[in-house]
Design a protein around this ligand. Structure first.
Ligand code: ADP
Ligand code: MG
Length: 365
């Protein structure tokens, strides 16, 4: 009996993990009927949240076959709950993020990936061109060779054989440029950027897997950006690249002025190295850079005006005659005299009492 129960349990689980359920098959058939693709091949990747399949389309009767990639989001999973934090706070998806409706959530993720790809592709950043979206099924350009082999992930690429150290450095610079472009032109932070979500071919990096990417003004975008910088920096450092500090890269990416096109981007990064070596000549050691990285990673980053300006605290500071320490002191008219009020001095101006912003958005489960 117990065996039987276990077998049934197994079978149920297998059903729920089965990606090509009835609905999905209907969507794929419809796409085939409409000529979006002609054949669907084996899985390129089977992940926790989605499977990616290779497909072939024949755009016109005489034309050559065109490869496609089909990403099918799994509708029967709980993992998406955790992803809610990426959608909450995104004005583009305000109406949609409804708890407890998996199918809706998954559709939302596919939609988000489609729109983000369109934006990134539109900005001229190398990524798969989005082709069609229907519910939780996304058809996009296939990044791979004519035989149907997908380009390797950066993690699996054989860079050493191709160009070694010098090529690694160039790819690092290329990626920093892409991150800045993505932030400044697409107004997006990838939010899951690593050697696993970058494909590589012929000295070119391709950005993939952007369903969780967020608007630059998302309440946690800078936190995600800092994470992207850390993960990619760690990877390139392991490959022996002399990386810039996280803080330097962060400032480079978010600075509103400055280039957003190559080759000016790469030149700007070269200047960052030059500035750093000038500072090193003044005695800044590698250990100090590491400490600075650590401090930076733990630092509080204000995201909204409310977080920057604490009205009551600032009023108190002005009351204490320290109004000239405020960052917006220039906006305060000279004549205005703030009423002096009693109270203990707690307006030291440091950020020690700042909690992480908007943590209530996070799903603790
Ligand atoms: P997941 O959410 O499962 O991580 P990804 O979008 O990262 O999904 O895709 C998983 C894998 O599928 C990638 O690592 C890559 O190998 C392959 N892949 C995804 N998109 C494409 C594409 N457009 N062309 C070729 N391979 C792709
Ligand atoms: Mg991925």
């Amino acid at each position: 009996k117990e065996d039987q129960a276990r077998d049934k349990d197994k079978a149920d689980r297998a059903t729920s993990e089965q990606v090509l359920d009835q609905r999905t098959r209907m969507i794929l058939l419809q796409m085939i009927n409409r000529g979006v693709m002609s054949e669907i091949h084996g899985a390129i990747s089977t992940g926790k949240e989605a499977n990616v399949y290779g497909a072939v389309a024949y755009p016109d009767l005489n034309g050559a076959a065109v490869q496609r990639a089909v990403k099918v989001y799994k509708t029967a999973i709980l993992i998406f709950k955790d992803r809610e934090r990426y959608i909450t706070g995104e004005h583009r998806f305000k109406a949609g993020a409804e708890k407890g409706n998996n199918r809706k959530m998954v559709k939302l993720w596919a939609e988000k990936e489609f729109r983000n790809l369109r934006r990134i592709h539109g900005a001229g950043i190398a990524c798969p061109e989005p082709i069609q979206l229907k519910l939780h099924v996304l058809v996009m350009e296939f990044l791979g060779d004519r035989r149907g082999y997908a380009y390797p992930r950066l993690r699996d690429a054989t860079i050493e054989a191709e160009g070694g150290e010098e090529l690694w450095k160039r790819l690092y610079t290329q990626l920093l440029g892409i991150m800045r472009r993505m932030y400044q032109v697409c107004r997006l932070v990838h939010a899951d950027l690593s050697e696993y979500n970058i494909l590589y071919n012929k000295q070119q990096l391709y950005i993939i897997d952007v369903s969780q990417s967020v608007e630059h003004d998302h309440p946690r975008s800078l936190e995600f950006l800092r994470m992207d910088i850390k993960n990619t920096g760690d990877f390139f450092r392991r490959q022996g690249v002399d990386t810039l500090s996280d803080r330097t890269i962060f400032d480079f990416i978010i600075a509103p002025e400055g280039p957003t096109e190559e080759p000016a981007l790469a030149e700007a990064i070269e200047r960052l190295y030059a500035v750093r070596s000038a500072r090193e000549d003044q005695g800044l050691t590698a250990a100090e850079v590491e400490v600075d990285n650590e401090v930076f990673r733990n630092q509080y980053i204000p995201q909204t005006l409310e977080q920057v300006y604490d009205i009551e605290k600032d009023a108190e500071q002005i009351g204490l005659g320290e109004g000239d320490k405020l960052v917006y002191r220039n906006l305060l008219a000279d004549q205005v005299v703030m009423p002096k009020e009693g109270g203990e001095d707690q307006s030291s101006g440091d950020e020690s009492d700042e909690g992480a912003p908007l943590d209530s958005d996070e799903d603790s489960s």
